[in-house]
Ligand binder design. Sequence first.
Ligand code: UTP
Length: 476
Amino acid sequence: MTADTPAALESRIIRARARLEGFGQGHLLTFWNQLSRPEQLALLQQCEALPLEALPRATEVSMASHRTSTDLAPAEIVPHTPLGSERYRAHGATMIAAGQVACFTVAGGQGTRLGWEGPKGTFAATPVTGKSLFHLFAESILATRRKFGGMVRWYIMTSPLNHDETMRYFDSHDWFELGESTVRLFMQGTLPSLAHDGKILLATPGSIALSPDGHGGAIRALAGSGALEEMRTHGIETLSYFQVDNPLARAVDPLFLGLHAIHPESSAEVSSKVVPKRNASEKVGVFCRRGARTEVVEYSDLPPELAEATRPDGGLLHWAGSIAIHAFSRRFLEGLADGAGQLPLHRALKRVPCVDLSTGAVIEPATPNAIKLEAFIFDAVPLASKPLVYETTRDEEFAPIKNADGDDSPATSRTAQSERGARWLEQCGVPVPRRARDGAAEARIEISPLTALCPEDLGAPASCLGTILPGSTIVL
Ligand code: UTP
């Protein structure tokens, strides 16, 4: 890129200042005269890239703007192991073998609750060998290619905050034998954090407080990076979507893909997996119906009376918790990217270090001081004509790593992974010692996806195992 002439630069600055002032954001240039030329240029670029038209105006920034959600009914759900499962599974297998399926992982989050310094995908997740999340999913994709005989490409969304480190991680692990050209990393966009009066915060006197624009930023990023275009040239029709922090997610599930593609209740645009919520207060989105539309209501938007409402049999009325596993048709995403549907921006109250405009000093707030804006991928669900929602089992497919300890932590996830391994062995006729008190497996078990993607793959390796003694460690 050639540098601007002084006159061209001056007119860029004038335009940027006028635009910022027009949106009540002129304060972003408060420290302009104290910045070096390179700092000025960097700030100018950030200001020019701000999607000011899309940001809520000061008057709309209030956190009390949750939608009223009282007109919600439970969503219709395809039950676990539906009639004709074998036909759907076979169809999914055909899609994979034909190279029509790619994996899509969102890995641009900041992992603040976990407190892990690097990209979350580099976190050591498995119960015995401590493989990273990226490594585990890479093995899953490699095993899927070998089992079904089709190329399964992998698209990974990073953010400007972790892209380079993620790239280096894959490079230094030789792309986990997948082949560099079959894995594509691309960056999502960012959005500014706002003060309660709608003013954009400065992170330093010369830079704006920006954070990733949420997993819903995937639509724009897939299109803008050329990834959707590339998929089209490779004949990819369906994306198997999962989040980087759920080691139990099946990277590619033939049954789910088959249901998505040919179930009579599916328009094959977007399909989603759900599990029964652990309890009324579990922090997962819930699939509901609003009129004719199926949508996901984020837990923070679901009024307590609805979250706690029960059916006559005592179960939760709104039980269908989202586990953030979806199948998307490429064409559907292309339509969204072309503007058929803009995903709304949600607001979250967070602690964001920011500059005190009167002194230029950076403040580390002790309590939440800012509003972060994020788009959520599940807001694409109501934009599909017939989204399919499929019930699966938590123990088999959902053990996310969100928090450093307590629920949804590395410890609970590793136990869930080991328990799943124990069940798979038992299904193959291998007895696993279990505690009388609570039935927990008394062995630590880790099964690589390269050994088995499902219990049916485990027959031969399991038959070589001797007796499993209490306290032992099994790696297959
Ligand atoms: P979460 O919001 O649950 O987790 O994202 P996080 O962002 O990693 O961690 P916290 O909230 O800061 O503690 C769920 C999934 O969505 C991805 C994450 O990487 C994770 O796989 N994500 C989230 C993005 O790709 N981009 C985002 O802007 C936000």
